[in-house]
Design a binder for this molecule. Structure first.
Ligand code: DGT
Ligand code: MG
Length: 407
């Protein structure tokens, strides 16, 4: 047995963007507990506390091995008194009473259910709970007016709360690629968000779209979305300009610059049978002879269709057909080519990694970073970049690849 004095004492730099955090978390029990406290703080509009717990969890996610004693933690950053108490409880008793009772509390459970509705943020959920609404049934019966987003969220609640698999994300990638390429040949579509970091499941699928000729991307979103819609792939869509202000509920409909939509929140209607996706793409696929074909679209045809086999062998009367499609949240972002590296860095996540990058830029470098640009206050100018690597270099940071941004 390893005594406390033998256990390694950990150290690490204090910003998450200075560390490599893979999906291989050696301390899931501790980080789940701290993440739950973070989530509860965020749902209670205590963002400061939320970030503190997120940072503490991120430190433990980056450790090379499981924590066995408090003494190992004394050199670590970001572990406040509250986080340490929770860690100590778990190390000594196997669980934290505070976390257990929070998880079982009526308020937390109601917040989870209500914010599980697409378009419902912490403030709205809190208001409803104060009106005595704790369940979807109570919400439906309450007569509360729901936004269009919330109506769609409620309608597809079950599907949208079922994790999206990598295979589903890949299926959607193919559809988006074919549609985008047919609207504007030569465009580039990149999977971003959690799937780019190597996650095997996600709450949505995030895409970044650009075109190597600056300016060609203008008006692209509107065309892509209307083609997806006309081919029957969308259950819901809302296009917006991409403001950096993170509003809690659905973003307000952009009322001007109608040709400058950069972001689309959507709900995809993904056929469970891949052959069905092809049929729906219709004339877009396969490409007409002489058209631009990059070969990637060709993969769609050759994918296995195991799900479809055998499904028509028996006719069962009076048995309701199972739903042949599934609703999936998809975010589309269009970026001018000159901003693509910043958009990639900004949309890959994790959310804490992003937050820490911006904090590093501001506090350590007097720079200001967002998904469009990097501004250097000391030099009084914007710094250009054509790759994520260049942005890390501008920031004086070692490059961290997407698979190691899982803070
Ligand atoms: P998940 O839950 O499996 O989808 O995990 P992620 O990491 O894909 O999280 P998601 O989809 O909420 O967001 C992807 C990244 O995009 C996130 O890490 C930060 C960035 N992001 C999210 N919302 C905004 C926004 O409103 N503006 C900007 N600039 N970035 C955002
Ligand atoms: Mg995502």
């Amino acid at each position: 047995e390893q005594s406390d004095s033998e256990a390694a004492v950990f150290t690490m730099p204090s910003y998450a963007c200075q560390r490599r955090t893979t999906m291989d978390n050696k301390n899931p029990i501790l980080t789940d507990a701290l993440s739950l406290l973070a989530e509860n703080a965020e749902l209670s509009n205590q963002d400061g506390r939320g970030v503190a717990f997120r940072r503490a969890a991120a430190v433990l996610k980056a450790l090379p091995e499981a924590v066995t004693s408090m003494k190992q933690l004394k050199g670590l950053p970001c572990l406040g008194g509250h986080s340490q108490r929770v860690i100590k409880d778990i190390l000594e008793n196997g669980a934290s009473d505070e976390v257990q009772s929070l998880r079982q509390s009526e308020r937390y459970q109601a917040l989870k259910v209500l914010t599980g509705i697409f378009g419902v943020g912490a403030k709205t959920a809190d208001r409803w709970i104060r009106d005595g609404i704790h369940t979807l049934q109570q919400l439906r019966e309450s007569g509360h007016t729901l936004t269009r987003t919330q109506q769609a969220g409620l309608e597809h609640y079950e599907d949208l709360n079922m994790p999206v698999s990598k295979a589903e994300a890949d299926d959607i990638s193919k559809i988006v690629e074919v549609v985008v390429d047919s609207v504007l040949p030569g465009s580039q579509v990149a999977l971003t968000g959690g799937f780019r970091r190597g996650k095997q499941t996600g709450h949505d699928v995030d895409f970044l779209i650009t075109h190597p000729e600056e300016g060609k991307e203008e008006g692209l979103m509107t065309k892509v979305v209307s083609l997806l819609d006309s081919k029957g792939f969308l259950l819901y869509q809302q296009m917006t300009r991409n403001s950096y202000v993170e509003s809690e509920d659905a973003p307000a409909l952009a009322s001007f610059h109608m040709d400058r939509f950069e972001r689309c929140f959507s709900i995809f209607k993904l056929p469970k049978d891949r052959e069905e996706s092809l049929k729906q793409l219709g004339s877009l696929y396969p490409k007409p002879a002489g058209g631009v074909c990059d070969g990637r679209a060709g993969e769609v045809l050759h994918r296995e269709t195991s799900q479809s086999q055998g499904s028509h062998s028996e006719v069962q009367e009076e048995v309701k057909e199972p739903k042949s499609w599934r609703a999936i949240r998809v975010d589309l972002v269009v970026s001018p080519f000159s901003q693509f590296a910043f958009a990639q860095l900004g949309w890959t996540g994790s959310k804490l990694f992003e937050r820490e990058l911006r904090r590093w830029a501001g506090q350590e470098k007097r720079m200001s970073l967002n998904s469009h640009a990097l501004y250097d206050s000391k030099q009084g100018k914007y710094l250009q970049a054509t790759s994520e690597e260049e942005i890390f270099t501008h920031l004086g940071l070692e490059f961290i690849p997407p698979s190691e941004r899982n803070a």
